[in-house]
Design a protein around this ligand. Sequence first.
Ligand code: PMP
Length: 396
Amino acid sequence: MSSPSLTRFVRSSLEELKQNGLFNQIDALQGGNGPTIRIKDRSLINLSSNNYLGLASDERLIAAAEKALRQYGVGAGAVRTINGTMEIHGELEAKLARFKQTESAIAYQSGFNCNMAAISAVMDAGDAILSDELNHASIIDGCRLSKAKVIRYKHSDMEELERVARAARESGQYAKIMVITDGVFSMDGDIAKLPEIVAIAERYDLITYVDDAHGSGVLGEGAGTVKHFGLSDRVDFQIGTLSKAIGVVGGYVAGKQELIEWLKARSRPFLFSTATPPAIAAACVAALDILMDSTELQARLWRNAEYFRQGLEQLGFRTGHTETPIIPCIIGEEKQTQRFSRELLAEGVYAKAIVFPTVPKGLGRIRNMPTAAHTTAMLDEALAVYGKVKKRIGLE
Ligand code: PMP
């Protein structure tokens, strides 16, 4: 029997979500996550994955994982600091440091817990964090966990950032002040103004923290947004995930040797959560080898993204101010946006609607993420469906 207060809470909360159209229907895939996916025996063109380079089902990664499975077994068996660290974890961290051109790196089990880990290992009560209002949920949670004072600034508003940085520093109230930003913002596909952010940080002695989940493997010839702007030795924390362009799962911080040593000594998911399975680490190493060997996949990704964005614009859609392969197609009103996505699905295109409160009211959009693995024929087919649905719904 469950607690009556729990039952009341869960039932009414679920009801509220459903009434507000915020309850997620979860579709299970009957196979891998590639440029096409299979759901309920239908093949669909997939424009909703973060598998930017198509590496999630790449044979080279699969072979590396299989080999490591045989060598190390399935599970790591312990947390990293007891005896869960295998040689492959060290290899992964060394490769991440090379990939990011930093002194050192630490790998975590996911990007989400990397942010929880890294922010709270360094920031504390008595510190302040200046955080872009559109930063990812894991940053928001990491900030909360740290107990530091969080000061949100308007999205990419550098005048406001300068103002709050000056005020925080001049108040004399805070021992440490950090500025945190996504490298690429996941809803609009715009890039953080890192040169300005770094300059402000240097003026007011701010710790710089860039979560480059969507820029790594995509920008800066693969090395990410920080490299894209040539700021590799001027950013303290370079965060990345291994779950998007790398195609596997995991998160990491790349930075100075001493900082990484501190995170290995003090960040809680590293100390208290079982290490990444070795086969996963091996697949990540294989992905990094591919990325460091050639920029061909990035070139294909950008070609496809540009092709798709231009195609949408030719059909009369607004794509906002994206600068990356995250391509929003702005529909507007929430219910209309949801309907648009359902109609796309009925016609064989899987592209998710994103509506308020994830994005501002009236700016509902379909978020498209073409990958390096899409063929031109797939993109043409998806664009034809967009055109058809637009006409059917009667959008201007
Ligand atoms: N940071 C950002 C900016 C993200 O978009 C995501 C993924 N949604 C994460 C962190 C979390 O990464 P992961 O999925 O690897 O846990």
